[in-house]
Design a binder for this molecule. Structure first.
Ligand code: FAD
Length: 395
């Protein structure tokens, strides 16, 4: 006899592993499918570190979700008895009228968050690794820091298994067929049955959710690690993680020396190069290296670093860069978990809770009004009409 599950979670990367764990902890009969292995190198959730920060420059409306995400990360750590979230501060650097500076300030003011302003001179004295122009400033978010993505995913999977979830690793779902009473889930030669499914397949999302074809855009992302000549200046107790607004040259992110390869840096959305999610990511090339080496030399002169490692990863961009956490229109048995446009990892711990609420209660009390299909379609239409790459829907 086929076991019938209450919920099936497809894709056990960041979002799926968290959802599986929240569901299992509630005693829900849940099964998870992962085509590859946890935090594998072709997804979006490997590479040692992800930024977390509270004064969210993207939009102040994310701050309540971030408060909950911090709480949930701490609960995960308590249960795992392992550190996942490291609070070392995050510096946001740019010209006073840049998006990162004005946006961070707006979030901090609206939500009464600490946000210390440092002039270029003060930065030189306090954090000598960074090179600032005289007309740049930095805002220090003392609650910011970094997360360990691989440990978080493994942790959520271990907890889900301990709470009774069925985990099918190396099992790719080929098809989902909802009907009046549930959903058939076809994986190879096997068919499973669940009352609801959560699709959290990252850069492969439009394969099971065709409504997202031409909307969800998987792009190539590149990061590199630099071994500093001066390890003193890049130690995590002396160098916060950072974001840097370079105006028309985009925004860059980076981490102190938290692993053997040293300081990691990347540019948000890199060259916005679309990729085929089924093909291996195109290898790191000279243009990628030139971009990151130039940034390292100019912006982190105190590091005097030598590139020792590099890798590719994927973002999956949605118009407007907001999330999508909603039932598929006209289909209340299918919930879609967005791959989050390159800024979702920090929210994993609250997105897992939201998805579990949506699957068990049909909705959530957490603030998700901005993350609907309806809104996404409007953002896509706006982007098409204005032909913007930035794809920002006015709020
Ligand atoms: C280089 C880089 C830096 C980033 N930096 C930050 C940061 O500093 N802060 C931040 O908050 N966010 C950051 N992000 C974004 C964040 O990491 C992603 O939003 C998040 O990891 C996406 O998780 P996901 O679960 O959607 O995708 P994934 O973790 O890729 O998981 C999707 C999973 O679904 C599986 N799958 C696909 N199809 C199927 C199928 N048919 N059947 C079964 N399984 C399937 C895949 O194998 C995969 O494991 C960064 C991303 C990258 C790439």
């Amino acid at each position: 006899m086929t076991t019938r599950y209450d919920v099936a979670v497809i894709g056990l990367g960041a979002m799926g592993s968290a959802a599986l764990s929240f569901l299992a902890a509630r005693g829900v009969r849940v099964i998870g499918f992962e085509a590859a292995s946890p935090a594998h190198g072709l997804g979006s959730s490997h590479g040692d570190s992800r930024l977390i920060r509270l004064g969210y420059f993207e939009d102040p409306s994310y701050v309540p979700l971030l408060h909950r995400a911090y709480e949930n990360w701490r609960s995960l750590e308590t249960r795992l008895r392992e550190r996942i979230l490291h609070v070392t501060g995050v510096l946001q650097i740019g010209k006073p009228d840049s998006k990162i500076i004005t946006g961070t300030r707006a979030s901090c003011n609206m939500h009464n968050l600490s946000c210390d302003e440092l002039s270029a001179d003060q930065m030189r004295k306090r954090f000598p690794v960074f090179g600032l122009e005289d007309d740049e400033i930095a805002l220090l978010d003392p609650q910011g820091g970094w997360l360990k993505p691989e440990a978080a995913i493994w942790g959520y999977l271990r907890m889900a298994a301990a709470d009774g979830a069925a985990l099918h690793m190396g099992s790719k779902v080929d098809q989902i067929d909802p009907d009046d009473n549930g959903v058939n889930i076809v994986a190879g030669e096997h068919t499973y049955r669940a009352s609801k499914v959560i699709v959290a397949t990252g850069s492969w999302i439009s394969q099971l959710i065709p409504a997202l074809q031409n909307i969800a855009n998987p792009i190539r992302q590149v990061v590199a690690w630099y071994r500093p000549a001066n390890g003193f200046a890049t130690d995590p107790v002396r160098m916060p993680a950072f974001l840097r607004d370079e105006g028309e040259n985009g925004s860059f992110f980076g981490f102190p020396e938290i692993g053997p390869d040293g300081v990691k840096i990347g540019r948000h959305a890199h060259f916005m190069e679309s990729i085929n999610p089924d093909a291996p990511n195109p290898a790191v090339n000279d243009a990628d290296r030139a971009l990151l080496d130039t940034f390292a030399a100019k912006s982190l002169p105190g590091m005097d670093g030598r590139r020792v490692n590099e890798t590719t990863c994927r973002y999956t961009m949605l118009p407007g860069e907001d999330f999508l956490l909603d039932h598929l229109p006209g289909e209340n048995r299918v919930i879609v978990a967005s791959p989050c446009s390159g800024h979702g990892f920090k929210f994993t711990s609250v997105i897992g809770e939201i998805l579990a609420d949506q699957a068990t209660k049909g909705g959530t009390d957490l603030p998700v009004d901005a993350f609907t299909f309806d809104r996404l379609i409007k953002a896509a239409e706006h982007a098409k009409a204005t032909k913007t790459e930035e794809l920002v829907l006015p709020r």
